[in-house]
Design a protein around this ligand. Sequence first.
Ligand code: E4P
Length: 217
Amino acid sequence: MKFFADTAEIAEIKELADTGLLDGVTTNPSLIHKSGRNFVEVVKEICGVVKGPVSAEVVALDYDGMMREAGVLRKIADNIAIKVPLTPAGLKACKALSGDGSMVNVTLCFSPAQALLAAKAGATFISPFIGRLDDISADGMQLIGDIRLIYDNYDFRTEILAASIRHPMHVVEAAKIGADVMTAPPKIIWELFKHPLTDTGIASFLKDWQSTGQKIV
Ligand code: E4P
């Protein structure tokens, strides 16, 4: 499973990239707003830190507008994935952009039918939003499973990017069900490392080691 960070905070991205486990980054207009940074500048900086796909989202709602914005975004770096919304115009843009060699992340997916359409439009990534479905008492993880089944039935190469992750178990469940990628806020990625038995184990090993009076170096 590939790990993407869902943030536009450069310091957090650098810290995660330092682990060697970060495969990409996703941003959205809300995350750009939260960063307080200029969109193009911050995305360019992120692309310099992370070699894998960095998603940058168009905000136009019509096909021509999306294509104009995508033209600007794809020039930022070779590892840009253009993010388009799951609408007829967004999927038309997806087809044109992916046909032209760009990576495309189709975002705001909430149903298996939408995911099927995105795959047919040649999306590189489909982003089903697990947390936002759970928030309205729907089953976000079921959606991931349904998409997995459909994509496997037809050998679609579109990667399932589990998005809107709210806690570490979302990551684990998405991995079990076969999502190709997950994107999560850095805080949640760091939580994946934690286990109280790891902490107490280290403490007791260290105590016993100190009692031996030895040193490795
Ligand atoms: C994905 O690309 C989105 O940026 C993100 O996962 C949305 O998550 P949210 O529902 O927590 O805003």
